[in-house]
Design a protein around this ligand. Structure first.
Ligand code: NAD
Length: 364
């Protein structure tokens, strides 16, 4: 056999990789053209699944609600009728791993209390499914690292339910801040919270299930907001807290205030609360200012640039988020909000809790 010389081998490799690429692209185009929608199974049919994700899955173009995982048989029955889900696509927390054998399910979406995120993300990846996990990603950064590693090992994509990255007002704030359209950001102040009036025995108030209080649940948006506006990673944090209802917030934080140090030198302050209705992001730059208020919800965002309305339409954030991930799965492409993005926020959360304990600046 004639040995392949350097040039012809290179051209062979080029030609064959073009051919392989074309084949992959061909398969993808074929899948998209055939209108194959990715099947999503929701794990945990609580408030967010019921109120937002399931309705959004009726509006998505690239994915649909294909399966359910619930510990409550009555919910399984109600949902299967409402969303036309066959019995064979319904699991509970014990038999969940059998989902591995179900070709209808491509993506598993974890919508459970935070303490269950790691276990179900890893079980889903081991069952061969791609994963979306709700925020906050896990109880702490160490758990996030484990989840990322296990999904990599299983060669499955992992994404965090950071819906705002698909939202146009937020995308405008990212553009203004990261591209320094009004000059460098000099000051950023953000807060997120609500006045907790719910069940005093709910998982959100139990540290073992939630990992913490308003910081984990609401503050995570303000941390994200600071990071995506600046396009930088924070270096250090100093935090203080306030508790006016110790009988209700026995185990978890109520209100936390923090200051973050970023490499670019912007003065960044943030706060989270279960006792104040906050939801804003105010940014001052060298040449002006911009803001979002509301900044983090899904009931409609609003923003201003130098005092003038942004005039940007609102969209169904969850539908956009899930459609994007379905496309990522089709193209075998990392999501713009992968596990690593959840980890970055959890590193800040961990450092805020350390700072509350030490009373000092903590490195992130
Ligand atoms: P929820 O309390 O309404 O629902 C939680 C679900 O988990 C329920 O169906 C419950 O039955 C089930 N569950 C299983 N084991 C449980 C246990 N041991 N204790 C308590 N419940 C248990 O909560 P939710 O508001 O739907 O929140 C679920 C997840 O979604 C959380 O991670 C939360 O932060 C996230 N979330 C995200 C958004 C967003 O905008 N991205 C909004 C709301 C909630």
């Amino acid at each position: 056999m004639k040995p392949v010389n350097h040039l012809s081998r290179r051209s062979f490799i080029q030609k064959s990789s073009i051919a392989a690429g074309a084949l992959m692209l061909g398969n993808t185009i074929a899948a998209l053209a055939a209108g194959k929608k990715m099947g999503i199974a929701l794990v945990g049919l609580g408030g967010y699944s019921r109120g937002q994700l399931a309705p959004a899955l009726l509006q998505t173009k690239n994915c649909y609600l294909a399966g359910l995982v619930t510990g409550t048989p009555a919910k399984a029955e109600e949902w299967s009728k409402k969303y036309n889900i066959p019995q064979k696509n319904i699991y509970n927390y014990q038999n969940f791993d059998e989902i591995a054998k179900n070709p209808d399910i491509d993506i598993v979406y974890i919508v459970l209390p935070v303490s269950m995120h790691k276990e179900f993300t890893i079980r889903a990846a081991k069952a061969g499914k791609h994963v979306i996990c709700e925020k906050p990603m896990a109880l702490n950064a160490a758990e996030c690292r484990e989840m990322i590693a296990e999904c990599k090992k299983a060669k499955r994509l992992l994404s965090i339910g950071y819906r705002l990255h698909f939202e146009p007002h937020t995308q405008e704030v990212m553009r203004l801040g990261q591209k320094k359209i009004l000059g460098k950001v000099t000051k950023l102040d953000t807060g997120n919270g609500f006045t907790y009036g719910g069940d005093p025995n709910a998982w959100r108030l139990k540290k073992a299930l939630s990992g913490g209080g308003a910081l984990m649940d609401m503050g995570i948006y303000s941390i994200q907001g600071s990071r995506y506006t600046l396009g930088e990673e924070p270096i250090a944090v100093k935090a203080t807290q306030e508790k006016t209802k110790p009988e209700l917030f026995k185990e978890v934080d109520e209100t936390i205030f923090w200051e973050l140090k970023f490499p670019g030198g912007a003065k960044v302050t943030g706060k989270s609360s279960y006792n104040n209705n906050w939801g804003y992001l105010h940014v001052t730059t060298e040449k002006g200012n911009f803001e979002l208020d509301p900044a983090f919800g899904y009931g409609g965002l609003d923003g201003k640039v130098n005092g003038k309305p942004m005039d940007i339409p609102n969209i169904n954030q969850q539908a956009a988020q899930m459609d994007d991930f379905a496309t990522c799965v089709t193209l075998n492409k990392q999501s713009r909000v992968p596990g690593e993005e959840g980890l970055k926020d959890m590193k800040v959360v961990d450092a805020i809790y350390r700072s509350l304990d030490s009373g000092k600046w903590e490195n992130i």
